[in-house]
Structure formats: C-alpha cells, structure tokens
Write a protein that binds this ligand. Sequence first.
Ligand code: SF4
Length: 413
Amino acid sequence: MSRAPILDRLKILADAAKYDASCASSGTAKRNSTKGGIGSTEGMGICHAYAPDGRCISLLKILLTNHCIFDCHYCINRKSSNVRRARFTPQEVADLTLSFYRRNYIEGLFLSSGIIKSSDHTMEQIVEAARILREEHDFRGYIHLKTIPEADPEIIHRAGFYADRVSINVELPTDAGLTRLAPDKNARQIEGALGKTSSDILEAKDAKKRFKHAPRFAPAGQSTQMIVGADAASDADIVGRASRLYGDFGLRRVYYSAFSPIPDASAVLPLKRPPLIREHRLYQSDWLMRFYDYRPQEIMQATEADGNLPLDIDPKLAWALKFRERFPVDVNRASREDLLRVPGLGVKAVHRILASRRHRTLRLDDVARLTVSLTKVCPFICTVDWRPTLLTDRADLRTLLAPKTEQLELFAA
Ligand code: SF4
C-alpha cells in the first residue's frame, strides 16, 4: 500500500497528538553530548511551549499512529471517528526526531499512539522508536513515552530504560466515568501498570545508589493525565483522585486536560467544553498540594456547593475567605505553614520572610517588596505597623479581592 508523503503524515499525527497535555520535561537527569553522542536534556533550543510547571520546553510531540482499535468516546482518534489516518514506522519517528533536533527546533520527543493490531504490538513499536534513537544514534535528548497499560508489563518495562519520563493516562477521574466513556479500558489494569512502573522506578533508583553503572530507568518519573469536564466528576472528586495517585504511585505530575468537543461527537458527551479557567484552577490546587503543603481535604473545603472550585478567585484565596478565623497571621511570629496560607505570599516570599525576621522586625513595606499584590495580602496579615482590623471580616472582601474582569477590546493591537 502506498504511503502519503511524510510531511502530510506529520501534519496529521502532530495534530492528533495535541490533545495530550502530559508532556512536561521537568525533573529529568542531566545529560549532554560534549563527550560524544548527540542531544542534551539541558541545552538551549527554540522553545515552543510552556509546561504547566512554568518551564519552557520544545518537544516533537507526535503519535506513532492515529489508527486505533479502541473506541473511547472522548477521543478524536477512536475507531468510529471519521478522521484522516496515518502511521509512522519507528525508523521514521527516529529520523524525524533527529532531523528536527539537528535543526535546533526541539529538545526531545513526546511519543504516544493509538492502538494498532494489539496493545503489545503498538507498545513494541513505541519502544523500538526510542531504542533506535538511544542505541543506534546515541541520542541524549529528552524522551517521553506514553505507555499502554493493556500491554505486556515486560514491554512497558523496556520503555523505562529508554525514556526520561513514562506516562500512563488514567483518562477519567472516576472508575464509573472510565467504564462509561472508555469501555475498552480497565481501571484496575491502569492502576496495576502505574503501580508496577512506580516500583520499577524505585528499584532502579535504589540500584543506582548501590551500583554506579546500574541502568537508568525513567529518571524523570511517571505522570498521568485526567480529562476534565467529560463526565460528571466534580473538582473535589478530581483533587481526591489526584492526591491518591500522587500518594500511591509517587507520580511526578498529574495533568488536567479540559475536555474539548470533537467532530461527530458521541451522544454521551457534553456539548460544550468546560471553561478553560476550570483546568487552571485545578493546576493551582495541584500546586498548593505539592508545594504549599495543603492537604486534599483543605482544597475540597475551598470548593463551592457543587463540589467545584470557584472560577473567579484562586483556590488559596477561596480557602482563606472560608477560614477567616485563621487570619490575620503575624508575619513576625507565624509558622511557615500559616504563612504559606496567606493569599498573595508565595513559597519564595515565605522563605525570605522567615530568613529576614531572624535579624529584624518586619514592617508592611518589607512585605510589599516580596509580593506582587499587597492588596491581596493586607487583609490576612499583621506587621509591627499594620493591623487589618475589620478588613479581614468584611462581607464584600471577596468582591474587593477578586481580579477585575477586563473587557477585551476588539481590534486591539
Ligand atoms: S485508546 Fe482510546 S484514547 Fe487512546 S487513541 Fe485509542 S480511542 Fe483514543
């Protein structure tokens, strides 16, 4: 069978891959090619995307194929979808990666795939593309491989030896949602694959401590992705699931991807996508759990009656407004934990407050230098020269602090 030109296939398979959000390259091992090989995980290149962790990365993000024998309702590549199909060979994926790398367009590869023939066959092809890059070309750039939980664990295991990061999508926040919207997938199989990869990563880390030449295994860990808004799961459900995934499988990241309606969508899907800001609020809550020591229950306390986080204010402010009795906190005496709960104070600002107050008593001006919005901080702190008095308890505090919605100008430059 004749194949479409490679550029046509690249257009199809790069476009088909855009629905996957889980491709940040944070946390990988440092490798460079100054003593041989090609590629680097740290070098400078043309950056095309910002990962949710704020790092600028450029990856060639493609599918091996958008043919698929599964029929997940939310997916544009599902068996019953009427889209143009294409397929690369593992050699073509490797060649494309190298040629883009040499032109300095990318820093690495994010490779995912629809399922062709069988999960094992597809997983073999994904691993083969990475093997060609690493073994035949000594490619030292970043590789993120999406693994298929239904595939033989031994093949998934091999992926970990070539990839910096592996990911397995849990797809939907609840098992009921998965059964309804991805009937070919199995929640137990997905969690089994996450658990196995998690213990393989730990074992490899342990071996590396004991034996200098022990092989690397997914040094940037594993991540997953959940689709938001395709089923009835609330933000409280999503936060609860994310926190269990972090705890049970030591995930580096959980990515949240707002469901986007697809052409010829199945009748079981909502007609409208959820507001993008909902995805943003989930990333903020994820950040609070990972860096601000918020417990998932605290994030859930910040949700509204429908279990969703407010859209007009961030989850940290929402929590503080609900628990005003915890404020104001004294910047000169409060614990790190209490300071981290002050809206408008970031981790760095708290660190600097703790360091500075060892030497002197802090005034409001000192805090002003550490924050971008003193207005947001003021109702929740006191310093030697500032007390918010009645401000913390004002009924209209939420309105005062909510970011003003801007009227965008048509035809603005
Ligand atoms: S397995 Fe499901 S989500 Fe993955 S490509 Fe196939 S239809 Fe899409």
